[in-house]
Design a binder for this molecule. Structure first.
Ligand code: TYM
Length: 329
């Protein structure tokens, strides 16, 4: 049986990008793998949340994970900070990570541009902590969206380097885990780029129908096609991509036909898209609200996850310490 690991930063609600890029696949994976799914609250400290919002966001994401179908009986669902062994492995891996390679990471360079007032060392070593998350359970497979590909490559590099330095075959070299041939990228509503928590272009699973309608109606479009069968520009292609996730084949064909014959009314298309998203998210939203209000259940899930993660992480850190040469007198 293979070990699969993935995580989500608790910096906001889960959105359609998280669902169709990652969570949907987790549900299938948990059927025949040894799965670890965790909430990356240490990682979220790179943006300095307040204590209340940190705790609140962890609770939200835990409820959302469960409402989407992650099963604590089949998988280990835990909170990163409940596994302090990961912090020790992070420290140890940092000794073999070079500042030059960390500075060249795309996400680090992006953060330097986006948050110049807070370029903390945690941002620089973000990829090392992510490697520690993966290697602490010696995972074989890591499901990620396109945006996390480079981080996974760095994990492979750190795993190989550790094995080389200590002349062992200890860490598995983890591979990306994807169901289709390509990594999924769910677009946002702002015409370009991916749907993201910090981009302000997301539809969250918890959003009320009215809010979904409002967000979708504001999605960027253009003046409409002027010749038959013309290629779709990015904002329009993005609307169709979102439709492919939630609408029926007939609905997509209907609007495709309207576009190709220059008769499309984007207002109608958006109305339909909003209603189809609402049909998709409503049962999930209802489950989130039920689970969110059940503190005893959430506490039990977090406690069970912590114990299972602790057993696995504890074993790894004990073995890593021995390999490095720490001994008790
Ligand atoms: P995060 O929290 O940004 O995203 C969680 C997961 O959702 C995927 N995702 C998307 N997929 C497709 N289209 C989108 N628009 C979209 N937006 C998000 C992400 O690829 C990811 O799979 N650094 C990670 C969290 C993390 C982690 C790990 C992941 C920490 N340690 C170890 C895997 C293994 C992150 O910020 O994901």
């Amino acid at each position: 049986m293979q070990t699969v690991l993935s995580g989500i930063r608790p910096t906001g609600n889960l959105h359609l990008g998280n669902y169709f890029g990652a969570v949907k696949n987790f549900i299938k994976m948990q059927e025949d793998n040894n799965c670890f799914f965790f909430i990356a609250d240490y990682h979220s400290l790179t943006t300095h949340p307040k204590p209340d919002s940190l705790q609140e966001n962890v609770k939200k994401v835990l409820s959302e994970y469960l409402a989407c179908g992650l099963d604590p009986e089949k998988s280990t669902i835990y909170i990163q900070s409940d596994l302090p062994q990961v912090a020790e492995l992070y420290l140890l891996l940092n000794m073999n990570a070079y500042v030059g390679e960390l500075e060249r990471t795309t996400t680090f360079k992006e953060k330097v541009r986006k948050q110049p007032e807070n370029i903390n060392a945690g941002l620089l070593t973000y990829a090392v902590l992510m490697a520690a998350d993966i290697l602490i359970h010696n995972a074989h497979k890591v499901p990620v969206g396109k945006d996390q590909e480079q981080h996974l490559e760095m994990t492979k590099k750190f795993a190989r380097r550790f094995n080389q330095i200590y002349e062992v075959e200890y860490f598995n070299i983890p591979e990306a885990y994807n169901f289709g041939s390509e990594l999924v990228k769910v677009p946002g509503l702002d015409g370009t780029g991916k749907m993201g928590k910090s981009e302000g272009n997301a539809i969250n699973l918890i959003d009320e129908p009215e809010l979904i309608r409002k967000k979708v109606m504001k999605a960027v479009t253009d003046a409409g096609p002027t010749s038959q069968n013309q290629p779709k520009p990015e904002p329009i292609a993005n609307l169709f991509s979102l439709m492919k996730l939630v609408s029926s084949k007939e609905t997509i064909e209907f609007f495709d036909e309207k576009y190709n014959s220059c008769q499309i009314r984007y207002g109608d298309m958006k109305k339909q898209l909003a209603e189809d998203i609402i049909i998709f998210t409503t049962p999930i939203r209802e489950r989130i609200l039920n689970i969110y209000n059940d503190n005893d259940y959430l506490k039990k899930v977090a406690q069970t996850g912590k114990e299972k993660a602790f057993a696995s992480g504890g074993k790894t850190i004990k073995e890593v310490r021995e390999i490095i040469g720490f001994k008790t007198f």
